[in-house]
Design a protein around this ligand. Structure first.
Ligand code: UD1
Length: 316
């Protein structure tokens, strides 16, 4: 099959691209390396186009010259904090380029099986009812969440109005190899694991816990996420639909640290800090809609962290 993955050098996009290439598919990655990294692309069979998704000429050339079976849209300003700093740029990248891409696909792609847009649990905002169902109250509170929700809606509209086969996903807290721990707003598991690697290298390490550590999240391992994405892309029933992608379980940060301590066999010093402004206490997904397609997460949190940590140790 022929795949196009925008933002395919980022954490989730590159994991999918590597998996597909490894399984013999033809994969084109479009990325400008603003967030993604060249070294995330592990297969020399992946074609890399270095370009910004706002570069319409390049997008048009790609779409006019090739027919894809599957298109995955990951390219985005991925940090909510960045979106608050740069709302206009966020809107251009996270919303307008998606609409442009959908329109290009409608015009040029004749054999397309699916376009998948990647949205976020951020669309649910701080409305407290749990677990989150796809039909739960939507309360986007940041430019990031507003644009993700609007782009998600347009993606599904293209299925319903123009017969372009599309689906969308709302990621909960994905973790795994290649997640970049560089910022304080990076995924918390990448930040925690970096501290454990330091400890194992006999370097000084500590973790800033914002709040009491009792806050919970639905942490889902990247391998399960890839399975979910492929399942949705290949199912007929998922056309025009949006799916939560999580593990359907919640775990507190305190529990997460315990699992890491057990796996690494070392204690992590914790600095308790004030909870972050606007931080939600708990979040987890109802994954029954995804389960109805045959999805069942393969990794418990213990198994996922163990696998993640083992992979990290062998990818210095
Ligand atoms: C996720 C998004 C965030 C968005 C929010 C809204 C990611 C990585 N983050 O945040 O951008 O605003 O959904 O739905 O997808 N924490 C610490 N110490 C740290 C880092 C984090 O204690 O060094 C805490 C946070 O305060 C939070 C928890 O860990 O309570 C999880 O943080 P994070 O990984 O950023 O995920 P979300 O809060 O779910």
């Amino acid at each position: 099959m022929n795949y196009l993955i925008t933002g395919g050098a980022g954490f989730i996009g590159s994991s999918l691209a590597n998996h597909l290439a490894y399984n013999g598919h033809s994969v084109t990655v479009m990325d400008d390396f603003s967030m993604g990294k060249r070294e995330n692309i592990e297969s020399n069979r992946i074609r890399l186009i270095e370009a910004d998704v706002r570069d319409l000429d390049t997008l048009e050339t790609i779409f006019e010259n090739e027919q894809f079976d599957y298109i995955f849209l990951f390219a985005a300003i991925a940090s909510v904090a960045d979106s608050v700093e740069r709302p206009i740029e966020t809107h251009n990248i996270n919303f307008e380029t998606i609409l442009q891409t959908l329109e290009l696909a409608r015009r040029t792609q004749k054999t397309l099986k699916r376009v998948i847009f990647t949205s976020s649990a951020a669309v649910y905002g701080d409305e407290p009812t749990l677990p989150k169902r796809e039909e739960s109250v939507i309360r986007p509170l940041t430019p990031y969440a507003v644009d993700k929700f609007a782009a998600e809606k347009y993606t599904l509209l293209y299925n319903n109005l123009y017969n372009l086969p599309t689906s969308a996903v709302r990621f909960f807290n994905v973790y795994g190899l290649r997640q970049n721990p560089a910022s304080v707003y990076s995924g918390v598991l990448s930040i925690i694991s970096k501290q454990f690697i330091k400890l194992l290298n006999h370097e000084k390490a500590e973790f800033n816990m914002f709040g009491d550590g009792k806050q919970t999240r639905d942490f889902v391992f990247i391998n399960d996420v890839i399975n979910a994405l492929l399942l949705i892309a290949e199912s007929n029933e998922s056309k025009g639909e949006v799916y939560n992608v999580g593990a359907g379980k919640y775990t507190s940060l305190n529990e997460i640290i315990e699992v890491f301590e057990e796996v690494a066999d070392v204690k992590l010093p914790i600095n308790y800090r004030q909870a972050r402004d606007g931080d939600i206490k708990d979040s987890y997904a109802d994954i029954s809609k995804l389960a109805s397609l045959g999805y069942k997460p393969k990794y418990t949190i213990n198994e996922g962290i163990k696998e993640y940590f083992t992979e990290l140790l062998s990818h210095p």
